[in-house]
Design a binder for this molecule. Structure first.
Ligand code: NAP
Length: 502
């Protein structure tokens, strides 16, 4: 018998939502393995100044745990983190988390039909393993030549050094993505000099953030249906964006015009404006929202450098034009290991092959695919939340996570009902699913938009995003579909899919 029925890696939105749903369904034999000392995942780690969500709050939360108290339409990070801690406590999840337990390896034992999981704290066996490690959990610091020789202070936006006072410092920010455009305006007034190193400009739209009024909050609390209506309205509005992202990228032209109007309004200098103007179709990279990033760049203590970084020296950053930019603090806003999925290097199937190696074995299958973004042939009883092609460019990731949770829950309930102890997706189902995803992908802005983004793997395949409306994914994952799986009952007899009771 395994030590536990379900082991979940991570306690961010995925881990907490999954555990809460299992507990609600009466499946309480669950353990969450969390490497940090607190829960919250990316919303615990990304505490940089100005960190906030760019998806409206009433959609960026669990449908089963609405929060009538969001203070703003786009919640700041401390509020989201607080929300996650509250939900975890109320749903009975917190007590099931083992903190400081980083999963170092998880190996499928084919004879015992269970996962043997090693953590930095202990080992345990589990019937089912669910990875909720998330795609934005391992910060990426590029291997810039000479970085090790830098004598000043270095940190990544996802591990902000709050003890390092930036007042009067010569600060370099490398990267101009979703994180950097939030913290640059906050640190600009503090820094003595701020040099922002941009490789590719992003499309930046106005951010329509506002305070949620006391009346709205009262209504949401006392008449919950009003919050459901607000959520549904936001959901529909966001789904409309999918038309431009995945159906007809030409539609993005109108939004581009709006972004350019903001750029013209906020940046008077034509040269600076030119360097901030993207040359690719909006949406190809994540669309950024900000009202104060451009104004921060126009301040006298700020320079935008667009020449490539060639080397880091003891006290400077050298660029391709030969300039040595003097700095004493280096802040990386360079994103995360997404397409290389770090946790996949620690999960091993029955033949000892890691999920990462399986996903890069181009000979047997295209790289990084998972049936419904969740299950992979060769890895029984493993479910990956926010797996391949489940990310979004236009709406709330929490919506996708909940759809996946429903699917996984369906699988586990099915397994429990039929005393099944081994569930493995059929390779042909996985391959067919991937063909459909990649066919849809062909016309999306991520493929046709003319940019290079972290959505693409080293072969240029978009392995990160879902190429359709989110309700299409929710419909596909609403029920577990045993006919796409090979199931083995604990009698040891595998039974054909056709005989599966429904
Ligand atoms: P990111 O969007 O991946 O941006 C990384 C930035 O670093 C890009 O500007 C990239 O330039 C640059 N970069 C990477 N390597 C570089 C190098 N070697 N030299 C120079 N520049 C380099 O990372 P992020 O801003 O941390 O955001 C990551 C994701 O987190 C977002 O896409 C989003 O999904 C999420 N996020 C969400 C929110 C939210 O509000 N919900 C807020 C922050 C982040 P290139 O563009 O040229 O590659």
């Amino acid at each position: 018998m395994p030590d536990v029925t379900v082991a979940i890696i991570g306690s961010g939105f995925g881990g907490i939502g999954m555990a809460a749903s299992l507990i609600r369904a009466g499946l309480t034999d669950v353990v969450l393995l969390e490497r940090a000392a607190d829960l919250g995942g990316t919303w615990r780690d990304n505490s940089y100044p100005g960190a906030a969500c760019d998806v409206p709050s009433h959609l960026y939360c669990f449908s089963f745990a609405p929060n009538p108290d969001w203070s703003r339409s786009f919640s700041p990070q401390p509020e989201i983190w607080r929300y996650l801690r509250r939900v975890a406590a109320e749903e009975g999840v917190t007590g099931k988390i083992r903190f400081g337990a980083e999963v170092t390896s998880a190996r499928w034992d084919p004879a015992a039909r269970l996962w043997r999981v090693e953590t930095t704290r202990s080992t345990l066996t589990a019937r089912f393993l669910i990875s909720a490690a998330g795609p934005l959990s391992d910060p990426l610091i590029p291997e810039l030549p000479g970085l090790g020789t830098f004598a000043g202070t270095v940190f990544h936006s996802a591990a902000w050094n709050h003890d390092h006072d930036l007042a009067g410092r010569n600060v370099a920010v490398i990267g101009t993505g979703a994180s950097a455009i939030q913290f640059v305006p906050r640190i600009q007034p503090l820094a003595g000099r701020l040099t922002v190193f941009q490789r590719t400009p992003g499309w930046i739209m106005p951010r329509h953030d506002r305070q949620i009024s006391r009346l709205e909050r009262w209504l949401f609390r006392h008449l919950p249906v009003t919050q459901q209506i607000a959520r549904a309205g936001i959901y529909c509005g966001r789904e409309a964006y999918a038309l431009g992202f995945v159906k007809d990228p030409a539609i993005m032209g109108a939004a581009q015009a709006m972004a350019l109007r903001q750029l013209h309004r906020q940046v008077a200098d034509a040269d600076l404006r030119g360097r901030l103007t993207p040359s690719y179709r909006m949406g190809c990279k994540r669309v950024l929202l900000s009202n104060d990033y451009y104004p921060a760049l126009t301040q006298p203590n700020v320079s935008l450098v667009t020449d490539g970084i060639t080397e880091i020296r003891e006290k400077s950053v050298l660029t391709s034009d030969g300039t040595a930019h003097q700095v004493d603090t280096l802040i990386f806003g360079t994103g995360f290991h997404v397409t290389d999925f770090p946790v996949a290097r620690r999960i091993f199937g029955p033949d000892g092959v890691s999920l990462a190696d399986r996903w890069s074995a181009h000979v047997t299958q295209p790289a990084q695919t998972a049936f419904r973004g969740t299950t992979t042939a060769g890895f029984p009883n493993l479910f990956v939340l926010t797996g391949p092609n489940t990310g979004l460019g236009h709406s709330s990731q929490v919506f996708m996570i909940e759809a996946q949770i429903r699917y996984v829950l369906g699988a586990l309930v099915h397994a429990g009902r039929l005393a099944v102890d081994r569930i493995e997706v059929r390779p042909e189902a996985q391959a067919a699913y991937d063909r459909v995803v990649q066919r849809k992908m062909r016309r999306t802005v991520w493929v046709t938009g003319g940019c290079k983004s972290w959505y693409l793997d080293s072969d240029g395949r978009n392995v990160a995003l879902w190429p359709d409306f989110t309700w299409v994914y929710a419909r596909q994952t609403r029920r577990f579909d045993p006919s796409n799986y090979s199931l083995t009952a604990d009698t040891g007899a595998a039974y054909p899919a056709a005989s599966q009771p429904r």
